[in-house]
Design a binder for this molecule. Structure first.
Ligand SMILES: Nc1ncnc2c1ncn2[C@@H]1O[C@H](COP(=O)(O)OP(=O)(O)O)[C@@H](O)[C@H]1O
Ligand SMILES: [Mg+2]
Length: 386
């Protein structure tokens, strides 16, 4: 079913769809139903703040375009994302990011300062994050400095989990990010996490458990049900967050190239080590053995629980926050005793027990009912198939 884009933007902004069924949109200023914390910038102002988008000011680059450091007339520092090439698709990505960032506010989400839409120029203005992205510290040009000690990693894990939990459970309507990864977690001057890049985000209409969309996101972070069937829900973000946690703990990339023809995912690497309780070997060598073992184990177990193939088995982001903080003793026991962490021998014996259980007709019926319920959920597809 196709839903006009305007249906997804019920409050806060005037969001005009230009032309019938066409994704060209015009963003107008908010009507002031909620306090506006952002404003419209002129292109001239952003040219002067960034020294005419000088190459030396460039902070990073993504699919949408380049991001530049800048300074406004009042001395405050900003980051400006400038669209590379104008297209209907890019216009939609710009509008979605501004719309969603404009309506969410949380200590662990990047704040929107405003936007500029003049001619074919599309720019988004954010608070500047002096420690750039988690990616640059784990694998990029900041990695040699080893600035991510264990305490910082723990606080980045909890902070980004809280930001995503806010999107899933407290924002109205709920938001799924769809591109959780290390380059989209930015770090402020105190190394606190700010989840960024809402260009692929989706609003989940009230009462819907998932939306069926064209697949966006990044290889290595995509939940299987989303990669294969385009079924996007909060639990896809949970999966990606699990991969990010493993990356944060181990310093390894989501996909490792073993030979020109063989690749291994970070979960394929981690699970056997966890089953043999070889946690110490899994830690990022840059930590030099300096980490709190109990916290490290917790981070890895939570990560694998998040990044499991069956979406129904993944925790919610609220559970993840509690588990990472070491709250929820009961949940932690369940976590530690999860079948996936048992050694091969122990697992084989429980698997055959489970098989025997399911040979009972009743439990089969229960399963198929659960499945039918799930299939009858409302599915939404937006105008552009996103
Ligand atoms: N507010 C910011 N402060 C500092 N660096 C930023 C900021 N926003 C983005 N960047 C840098 O630019 C990169 C790309 O930004 P992102 O918003 O993810 O763009 P894209 O949508 O093109 O992926 C980030 O990974 C980061 O390195
Ligand atoms: Mg990005």
């Amino acid at each position: 079913m196709s839903i006009p884009l305007g249906c997804f933007f019920p409050v806060g902004f005037d969001f005009v769809v230009v032309g019938h069924g066409c994704p060209r949109v015009a963003l107008l200023r908010g009507r002031g139903r909620r306090k506006c914390t952002w404003r419209v910038f002129s292109l001239k102002e952003l040219h002067s703040a960034t020294n005419s988008f000088n190459y030396d000011n460039k902070l990073g680059e993504g699919g949408f375009g380049s991001v530049y450091w800048g300074q406004l007339w009042d001395g405050s520092q900003i980051a400006v994302k400038r669209l590379k090439v104008w297209s209907n698709k890019a216009e939609m990505q710009f509008a979605v990011e501004v719309e969603i960032l404009g309506r969410v506010r949380h200590k662990n989400l990047l704040s929107l300062r405003g936007y500029c839409a003049e001619g074919q120029e599309r720019l988004i203005v954010y608070d500047y994050m002096p420690n750039v992205s988690l990616l640059s510290h784990l694998h990029g040009h900041h990695s040699a400095k080893c600035l991510l000690d264990w305490n910082r990693r723990m606080s980045i894990a909890i902070g980004s989990a809280e930001g995503i939990a806010y999107l899933h459970h407290h924002a109205t309507p709920h938001v799924i990010h769809r591109d959780i990864k290390a380059s989209n977690v930015l770090l402020n001057s105190d190394f606190q996490a700010r989840v960024a890049d809402f260009g692929f985000a989706k609003l989940i209409p009230d009462g819907a458990t998932h939306v069926t969309t064209r697949v966006k996101g990044t290889l290595g972070y995509l939940a299987p049900e989303y990669a294969m069937f385009g079924k996007a829900s909060e639990s896809c973000d949970v999966y990606s967050f699990g991969i990010l946690l493993l990356e944060l703990a181990s310093g390894r990339k989501p996909i490792q190239t073993l030979s020109p023809t063989v690749k291994r995912s970070i979960t394929e690497w981690a699970l056997p080590l966890v089953r043999e309780k070889r946690f110490r070997e899994m830690a990022d060598p840059k930590l030099n053995g300096n980490f709190v073992e109990a916290e490290f184990e917790r981070m890895v177990l939570v990560a694998l629980l998040c990044a499991q193939g069956t979406p129904e088995k993944r925790p919610t982001m609220l559970d993840v926050v509690d588990l990472l903080k070491g709250k929820a003793n009961e949940k932690r026991t369940i976590l530690e005793n999860d079948d996936m962490f048992k050694s091969d021998l122990a697992r084989n014996s429980t698997e055959s027990a489970v098989f025997d259980d399911n040979s009972d007709g009743k439990s089969k019926e229960k399963d198929s009912k659960g499945h039918m319920n799930q299939e009858s959920d409302i599915k939404f597809e937006s105008a552009d198939g996103r």
